[in-house]
Design a protein around this ligand. Structure first.
Ligand code: G
Ligand code: G
Ligand code: MN
Ligand code: NA
Length: 254
């Protein structure tokens, strides 16, 4: 409960901060996107990773205020980048299941886009397979509302859940994110490599784009390139970094 109250205070007093991890095109090497990842600059405990507070926020409606703060901050930041003549990128924001069940997410997102002036096609929302499995009428309406705003939808940690492939079509998914666990074993483990290849080919068969997460080595990158993966994200290129550092990378065009 202490942490919950602390977190409520943190949202209201700007103790949260976003770091951005670059997403890179494998064909051009250019940065094409940024995943926004929240941290809590805790006054006593230092910079806390999301695992330390997102699960707590998810136990209450606190996740709604936190989620809206993240969305607004990421959209406002990307608007600033776009206005400053940097190469245009898409910003990706992670969503929790409760953000679909406890509010009208399309209305909230539409409001944030209007208020920040960011075009919908410069925003990607990351869903998990668990969220997708909530195959309800309300969820269908929510995703239709988001698509009507020209927002991209991706499936995070793809391959670790149990979603049906039919959902990819039904909910107009744009991109799959290959889970890090498959990328980690790409070079040594035949079954990880087979799964990664299968996800890439599935994506292309359905005209989705596909990004590999957690790319740490040149060998993994070479495999992904050979398998015709579209994009990569991982420590090999960059860790998640503060906005100013990200802007530096974008400006250098690397
Ligand atoms: O940032 P890290 O590098 O530690 O991220 C760990 C986990 O926290 C990831 O699974 C990510 O999806 C989740 N996460 C990070 N930022 C957010 C956020 O703004 N909202 C939600 N719901 N999850 C987030
Ligand atoms: O939302 P998601 O679960 O995909 O969050 C991505 C998480 O993966 C974040 O915690 C981020 O810091 C982490 N991450 C990103 N790239 C790498 C990487 O190359 N290696 C490892 N081990 N973790 C990574
Ligand atoms: Mn993610
Ligand atoms: Na992921």
């Amino acid at each position: 409960l202490d942490l919950e109250n602390g977190l409520r205070h943190a949202i209201e007093h700007d103790e949260l901060v976003l770091h951005y991890q670059p997403q890179v095109s494998l064909s051009t090497g250019a940065i094409i996107g940024a995943e926004a990842l929240v941290r809590w600059q805790h006054p006593q405990r230092g910079l806390l990773p999301p695992v330390d507070f997102i699960p707590i926020a998810e136990q209450s409606d606190l996740i709604l205020a936190l989620g809206e703060w993240v969305l607004r901050t990421a959209c406002a930041q990307n608007r600033v980048w776009r206005e400053s003549g940097l190469p245009p990128i898409t910003v990706g924001v992670n969503l929790s299941a409760r953000q679909f069940t406890s509010q009208d997410i399309a209305a909230m997102t539409g409001r944030v886009l209007r208020e920040t002036g960011l075009p919908g096609d410069a925003l990607e929302l990351e869903l998990t397979e668990t969220i997708l499995m909530a195959d309800t009428e309300a969820f269908t309406r929510a995703t239709e509302g988001l698509k009507a705003l020209s927002i991209s939808l991706s499936i995070d940690d793809f391959g670790t859940g149990f979603s049906s492939l039919a959902y990819l079509r039904r909910f107009s998914i744009d991109r799959l994110k290959i889970d890090q666990s498959f990328v980690r074993g790409l070079v040594e483990d035949a079954s990880s490599a087979a799964i990664a290849r299968a996800i890439i080919s599935l994506s292309h068969s359905l005209s989705l784009s596909v990004i590999a997460e957690g790319v740490e080595t040149r060998e993994q990158l070479a495999f992904l390139y050979a398998y015709d993966c579209d994009e990569m994200q991982g420590y090999l290129f960059s860790r998640p970094i503060p906005a100013e550092a990200f802007e530096g990378l974008l400006r250098e065009g690397r």
